[in-house]
Design a protein around this ligand. Structure first.
Ligand code: ADP
Ligand code: MG
Length: 725
């Protein structure tokens, strides 16, 4: 049965392999074992029940907490050719009745329900007459009071479970805490051995943390990299959401706000615009997130320090569900903690201490100067070796470093002279020679450190202060943030230790190139995106329900020219190929003809810069295939052993010759192509006329009678005959 699952993965979803744990989980469920799956956001939990649902004869019920999540999933399933419906209060009576009819006629594989709807009398009656094989409880942390989204009705799902003893139950969540896990296992009586938990490392997210020095400029500079790709910016307060949204809009960036102060309709409208790519950026408070499964969120910015590491992790988790590289930027300042502290003080006293501790852990994480993944994953009980190569400390952003030892000495000695009882603001005032009342009252204008830091602006001093905290040379103590020196400060005083930090930027830095799309033809990618958006709007769907960005990038890299090669593209299964394939093939074909690009040629060498070595230093694929072919391996064998199509191999070999390498002559191709002499002569003429780069002109000239597969063979034959020997 697991073979059947793999076939569905490839044919229906167009994915070449399972993600971690999917295979084990699916195997267990197909053997009707009750299971708990804990995988991070984007880990591919949905397929764990969708694939079994397609294999089982009976119905699969999916319990999901939010209508928006259900609708999103059903939209995506429908576009993949999988019959799924939901029942909820927002449906019109016609749709509701129609869904019931389909269910009764056994035409539906997955039924999505909120727990409230599930427990309604009329739903129970309906389900009583249906054969149910699987009950999937998505976002299962909602059953636990220890979870962040406790929903009492979720616990009632267990009562329903008792009514269908023969069905298998599966709980899924991204919340990994032991308490939540225990609650779920106990409630659904899932045996400990059927519990799967994947790593919480999201290895496609780049983690950057910057001290705020000019946050708006830092933000604008960061989002410049993303053209019009989707992103979310989180702020602590509603007011800063509104402000920032105004700033971005004024700069011509399409952004909308989301927070609890907006009415329900505006919030829903803004969310929909974000999902449908009508706007680029959602500026939001913590209220935004649950209820969106948008896979192509390319960046997350936390414009203020989050209140704890769970929140940080959950928010960055919304980036890059599709597995493509995405960027996370945390901007923070010591002062951010004041707003959060105020929130904490309003809570029950017994909770306050825990929350303060969590906040200081978060601040500690932001100030960490070593691999950020290590403390992050440790927080969730995972050990991670240092050096992830995907965070600002492992891979500094080519940031210029500066020696700030002298400034550090001035700052630290000013703390010492004022007896370690003042906060950063006052220290900076003294250093800058301020005439503020507080300075004069304490006679700090008489100190030797008074005015020794005049040449440096307040913002830069604040930045230096953050660096000294991050370097552990001093600590800020509660409740007023008085600065105190640590033992490490002495080495700096004595000049035994230098303080090196990223340079302070008065002006925003220049933007880097985007990583995600650099390996494809960006112009075609943009065209395909526009096409996708147009189709999505006509169909009332989010664009990603048609093709994800990952699919578009591959299309714009491989330039498929036939349905067979389209099937090789990530995320294109049979249904999508039949529904959308031709439209995209036409678009690509036109582009290729206009730009004289041939299918596989582009697969091998990046545009314009032809190289015999790729950026990774490995020889290009055509060289690999050509060399092997010359040792006597046949083209067919190359295709089989590399699990690619024969025309792909042939294109590699054609490029091999065009790049000036010699390919051994063989009769294999002409034999394979089964062409009579007269046709062969015509084909040769056509190649003489049009060249060998594109096959379309040859195809047209030959009256569309010779298939592309044969043309691939004939082209190679032609090139072999004409190669200089
Ligand atoms: P989760 O519910 O765990 O957050 P999803 O089920 O929403 O994750 O899956 C995240 C994305 O990964 C989706 O776009 C999904 O289609 C994709 N995906 C799932 N399984 C695979 C796979 N085996 N290969 C490639 N992509 C996958
Ligand atoms: Mg999910």
């Amino acid at each position: 049965m697991i073979d059947q699952a793999r076939t569905i993965l490839e044919k229906t979803f167009g994915y070449p392999s399972f993600k971690p744990f999917q295979e084990e989980v699916i195997k267990g469920v197909l053997n009707r074992q009750d299971t708990l799956v804990i995988l991070p956001t984007g880990g591919g939990k949905s397929l764990c029940y969708i694939i079994p649902a397609m294999i089982f004869d009976g119905l699969t019920i999916v319990v999901s907490p939010l209508i928006s999540l259900m609708e999103d999933q059903i939209g995506q399933l429908t576009q993949t050719g999988i019959p799924a419906v939901c029942l909820n209060s927002t449906l019109t009576s016609e749709v509701y009745e129609q869904n019931i009819r389909l269910l009764v006629e056994n035409k539906i594989k997955l039924l999505y329900l909120a727990p409230e709807t599930l427990m309604m009398q009329r739903t129970l009656e309906l389900l009583g007459n249906l054969s149910i094989d699987l009950l999937a409880v998505d976002e299962a942390h909602c059953v636990s009071e220890w979870g962040h989204d406790f929903r009492p009705e979720y616990r009632k799902v267990q009562e329903f479970r008792k009514k269908i003893p023969n069905a298998c139950v599966m709980a899924l969540t991204a919340t990994a805490t032991p308490q939540v896990r225990k609650d779920i296992l106990t409630l659904f009586k899932i045996p400990q051995k059927n519990f799967f938990m994947g790593s919480f490392n999201r290895d496609n997210l780049f983690l950057d943390v910057q001290i705020k020095n000019n946050p708006q400029a830092q933000l604008i500079n960061f989002i410049k990299k993303f053209a019009d790709k989707s992103g979310i910016i989180y702020c602590t307060t509603r007011k800063s959401v509104d402000n920032l949204c105004g700033v971005l809009t004024a700069k011509g960036i399409k952004a909308k706000p989301y927070h609890a102060g907006l009415d329900d309709i505006t919030r829903k409208q803004n969310q929909l615009e974000f999902i449908r790519d009508d706007i680029q950026i959602m500026v939001a408070t913590i209220a935004f997130g649950m209820g969106i499964d948008k896979p192509d969120v390319r960046f997350i910015v936390q414009y203020d320090l989050p209140k704890n590491i769970e929140t940080y992790y959950q928010q960055i988790g919304r980036a890059g569900r599709d597995g493509l590289q995405s960027d996370c930027l945390l901007l923070y300042a010591q002062t951010d903690t004041q707003t959060i502290t105020r929130f904490i003080m309003q809570k029950e006293t017994n909770l306050q201490e825990i929350e303060h501790k969590k906040l200081s852990d978060m601040l500690g994480f932001a100030r960490n100067l070593q691999c950020l993944r290590t403390p992050l994953l440790e927080y969730f009980g995972e050990t991670f070796p240092r050096n992830c190569q995907l965070c600002k400390n492992c891979k500094p952003n080519q940031e210029e470093l500066a020696d700030i030892t002298l400034e550090a000495q001035k700052f630290l000695s000013c703390i010492k002279r004022t007896e370690e009882i003042f906060g950063a603001g006052h220290i900076i005032d003294v250093l800058r020679g301020s005439k503020a009342k507080k300075v004069l009252n304490f006679a700090h204008d008489k100190l030797s450190t008074y005015g020794i830091g005049k040449d440096i602006g307040t913002r830069e001093w604040k930045y230096i202060c953050e660096q000294l905290l991050a370097h552990d040379l001093m600590v800020a103590t509660a409740p007023h943030g008085s600065l105190k020196l640590t033992p490490k400060a002495w080495a700096v005083f004595k000049g035994e230790k230098k303080v090196i930090a990223p340079k302070f930027h008065k002006e925003p830095m220049a933007a880097n190139n985007d990583l995600a799309t650099e390996s494809c033809d960006n112009k075609l990618f943009e065209q395909l995106r526009q096409k996708r958006k147009l189709m999505a709007d006509q169909m009332g769907l989010p664009p990603y329900a048609i093709f994800t960005d990952k699919t578009l990038i591959e299309l714009a890299r491989v330039f498929p020219s036939s349905e067979e090669s389209l099937q090789q593209i990530h995320g294109i299964g049979t249904y999508k190929q039949e529904t959308f394939g031709q439209t995209f093939l036409d678009e690509i074909q036109t582009y290729c003809t206009e730009n004289k690009i041939d299918e596989m040629d582009r697969f091998l060498v990046p545009p314009k810069k032809k190289k015999t070595k790729t950026s990774t230093g490995k020889p290009p694929r055509y060289k690999y295939f050509g060399d092997l072919f010359n040792t006597g391996v046949s083209a067919k064998e190359l295709a089989d052993t590399n699990k690619i199509q024969l025309p792909t191999v042939l294109s590699h070999l054609a490029t091999f010759i065009r790049e000036g390498f010699e390919l051994k002559k063989t009769r294999e191709f002409i034999l394979l192509s089964k062409t009579d002499d007269a046709t062969w002569e015509q084909v040769k003429q056509a190649f003489d006329e049009h060249g060998t780069l594109a096959l379309k002109p040859i195809f047209t000239q030959m009256g569309q009678e010779i298939s592309y597969d044969r043309l691939h063979l004939l082209r190679l034959n032609y090139l072999i005959q004409n190669q200089k020997t």
